[in-house]
Design a protein around this ligand. Structure first.
Ligand code: SF4
Length: 254
């Protein structure tokens, strides 16, 4: 029997919901509720994010406890609203925003068009995205407050950088980009950083470009000298370029 449309948009396949400190980008250190969606439209070579659909979604029992219950996937919006209201009542002022992460949250654009207006009544919406689905972004932009967008560099990801999609995405971001992030490693050439910095400078000049060293198996895959070289190259094109690693890994945060 076909699934009713309302059920399809009321429920989403999620990996987990938890409360932690943002570990990347300019909102680093802000306390957020993280909603991690299953699935992604890309296959980055370095990806170690658990976004494969499981029959169960993990839900933190209390903010920051790192203890989890599980519920069946797909998870209904009502369940999430009830959880967040409960957390907001018990811990007023704790959370800066809701981070939609993944996987790729925009993979669930149809569901988000129903979810975002309701979630945003509770907290501002922070979207973490790979920046490759501009038309979906355009359909949701009115209900998004902050966007952290990745640019996928070929040297690290193992596929051609989708420059045109990134460009279109930035053009549709309506001033909500808080940062553009590039993951780099020892193979990242100056040319890629140049192109990324030029695009950020041209399209979102007030947004910082974050150079994030690739961290895998708890090791950083680029030297400090090379990171500084890449930053110097990018600063010739864009005024605000920062080196920020994934801090949550060092702190053993979720
Ligand atoms: S975009 Fe993110 S979640 Fe998707 S494959 Fe790349 S690193 Fe993994």
């Amino acid at each position: 029997m076909p699934v009713p449309a309302t059920l399809r948009t009321n429920c989403a396949d999620l990996v987990e919901i938890f409360s932690s400190s943002q570990g990347e980008g300019p909102l680093i250190g802000c306390r957020q509720v993280f909603i991690r969606f299953c699935g992604c439209n890309l296959e980055c070579a370095y990806c170690d994010t658990d976004h494969v659909r499981d029959p169960l979604c993990k839900i933190e029992t209390a903010p920051g406890s790192q203890a989890f219950d599980t519920i069946d996937n797909p998870v209904p919006l009502d369940r999430i609203i009830a959880l967040l209201k409960h957390w907001e009542d018990d811990y007023p002022g704790l959370h800066h925003s809701i981070s939609l992460t993944g996987g790729e949250p925009l993979h669930h654009g149809n569901i988000l068009s129903h979810w975002l207006p309701e979630l945003r009544l509770l907290l501002p919406i922070f979207l973490e995205t790979n920046g490759t689905q501009p038309s979906i972004l355009a359909s949701l932009i009115d209900d998004i407050d902050y966007i952290s967008m990745d640019m996928k560099l070929a040297s690290v990801c193992g596929f051609e950088t989708p420059w045109n999609l990134h460009k279109d995405f930035l053009n549709k971001s309506e001033g909500k980009i808080t940062c553009v992030k590039v993951v780099v490693d020892v193979n990242t050439p100056a040319k890629e950083i140049n192109t990324a910095a030029e695009m950020v400078a041209a399209l979102v000049p007030d947004a910082p470009l974050i150079i994030q060293p690739l961290t895998k198996n708890n090791a950083i895959h680029i030297s400090a000298n090379r990171l500084l070289e890449l930053q110097a190259i990018a600063l010739k094109r864009h005024k605000d370029v920062r080196i920020i690693p994934q801090t949550h890994r060092f702190l053993a945060l979720l």
